[in-house]
Design a protein around this ligand. Structure first.
Ligand SMILES: Cc1cc2nc3c(=O)[nH]c(=O)nc-3n(C[C@H](O)[C@H](O)[C@H](O)COP(=O)(O)OP(=O)(O)OC[C@H]3O[C@@H](n4cnc5c(N)ncnc54)[C@H](O)[C@@H]3O)c2cc1C
Length: 418
């Protein structure tokens, strides 16, 4: 069913009784598929959609152990930007940003992409130098980014305290006007719906518990799941915080650590916050949802863990930072907090790669900042799987960079890279 003005009006008049499920979710998988995507988050669903729409490799299934979008895709603070420091990163994230700009039309599903501008604050001379370096590097790479004085930052975001007498004074800010936010659930649902319409089986409640390999060639031959064995020729693992556990099933050790990362929302208020503001120095990020809640992101826990909770002191620290930068919010009440498990590489850049196991591909390492990459990641990963060779934008992000030393060190470039 395509969405249209006429269809919306018809359903409004008949009590919305005619809507059908947005995607097919078969209870039982087929005995075999040409490509299986492990993980029904935004990246896995986008990969399935671009495989089906652009490469047609045969039968495709997405296997999700819980419900689609129930992982980090449904837990993140939805910041979208592409002003990363290194040309390889800027190319990948800007590829994604260009796809975001037309995504609702392409999927015929409103993902509520809102390019309201992302402002990154500088609180010290070091921040100013690093911010200016980003601005210059981005402009050389053809990515928009501009430097604001404290007065210009205040004009762009009136609730911001730019007085000099605070612990973290604002000395300037980098602004990417094309950056913004989108509705995270809608991204998962939109890709699921579009992929399903192209024949992709989306199987929820289907945990992969083992990876089968040919005893002679070592190639992937299928997966073991809670719903029985499934044969496949190619397997794309897109499991975010669980990637190390899944890849161990194929005997591969990944250069990843998994950490809890938390976010929280306030009670809803009238529109008061016009943009997205990030402070990497104090590890706090804020925007306002269309519902009116302030959406606030924190930094990762100090210790690796698979607990989807996170340390309570991290939330306290984040809220102190928010109140310092935005005194107007001091009396707001927080409604709820949650955590996700983020998969972090040594250089804080993702892995989009073939692996030493024939037929096994991996998309992971997005850490604290992969939501923004969802369309671009799915697009280049689908090409990598279909052609069995890295898409040119994905090539620098291969697994073997950790053996060869060609790191893309965004770790030093952005303390927390939302
Ligand atoms: C609190 C928080 C805030 C964040 N803020 C931002 C932000 O502002 N901007 C940004 O760009 N990014 C942000 N991120 C990061 C972003 O959410 C992730 O990088 C991105 O959503 C990863 O998407 P994904 O599809 O790879 O992973 P997920 O959405 O986690 O999907 C992976 C799926 O794999 C499934 N799975 C795992 N193991 C198995 C198995 N054995 N069998 C079957 N299925 C399995 C999981 O259930 C899960 O649904 C944030 C993350 C968190 C936690």
């Amino acid at each position: 069913m395509r969405f249209s003005w006429r269809g919306l009006a018809r359903e409004a008049l008949r009590g919305h009784a005619g809507w059908t499920p947005h995607w097919r979710s078969p209870e039982q998988p087929q005995p075999g598929y040409d490509v299986v995507i492990l993980g029904g988050g935004g990246h896995g669903l986008a990969t399935a959609y671009y495989l089906a729409s652009q490469h047609r490799p045969g039968r495709i299934a997405v296997l999700e152990k819980g419900w689609i979008g129930g992982g980090n895709t449904g837990r993140n603070t939805t910041i979208i930007r592409s002003n990363y420091l290194f040309p390889e990163s800027a190319a990948l994230y800007d590829h994604a940003l260009q796809l975001w700009e037309g995504l609702s039309l392409a999927l015929n599903y409103n993902v509520m992409f809102s390019p309201r501008g992302v402002m990154m604050l500088a609180h010290s001379q070091h921040d100013v130098q690093s911010g200016l370096r980003h601005v210059h590097a981005n402009r050389l790479a053809g990515v928009d980014n501009e430097w604001l004085t404290p007065a210009e930052a205040k004009a762009f975001c009136p609730p911001l305290d730019t007085s000099a007498a605070i612990r973290y004074p604002v000395l300037g800010a980098a602004l990417q006007r094309r950056g913004g936010v989108a509705r995270h659930d809608a991204v998962a649902w939109g890709y699921a719906r579009a992929a399903s319409a192209l024949g992709v089986d989306i199987i929820e409640g289907c945990e992969v518990t083992g990876i089968d390999r040919d005893p002679v060639s070592g190639a992937v031959t299928g997966v073991q799941t809670g719903k029985g064995p499934i044969r496949c020729r190619k397997l794309g693992v897109v499991a975010a915080g669980s990637t190390s556990l899944v890849m161990a099933m194929a005997g591969l050790r990944m250069p990843l650590e998994s950490f809890p990362l938390q976010a929280l929302v306030s009670e809803p208020v009238k529109p008061v916050f016009p943009c997205v503001v990030m402070s990497n120095t104090v590890h706090a990020y804020i925007s306002q949802s269309d519902k009116g809640e302030l959406v606030i992101g924190a930094g990762t826990d100090q210790y690796p863990s698979y607990s989807q909770a996170g340390g309570v002191q991290i939330l306290g620290h984040t809220l102190e930072a928010i109140c310092e930068m935005f005194p107007i919010f001091r009396r707001m009440r927080m409604l709820r907090a949650w955590g996700g498990i983020v998969d972090v590489t040594p250089d804080r850049s993702p892995i989009l790669s073939r692996t030493p196991v024939p037929g096994l591909y991996v998309n992971c390492g997005w850490g604290t900042g992969g939501f923004k990459a969802t369309p671009g990641s799915g697009h280049v990963f689908a090409a990598t799987i279909a052609r069995d060779e890295p898409h040119p934008i994905a090539a620098p992000f291969s697994l073997d960079r950790f053996a060869g030393g060609r790191l893309i060190d965004e770790a030093a470039a952005a303390a927390v890279a939302h």
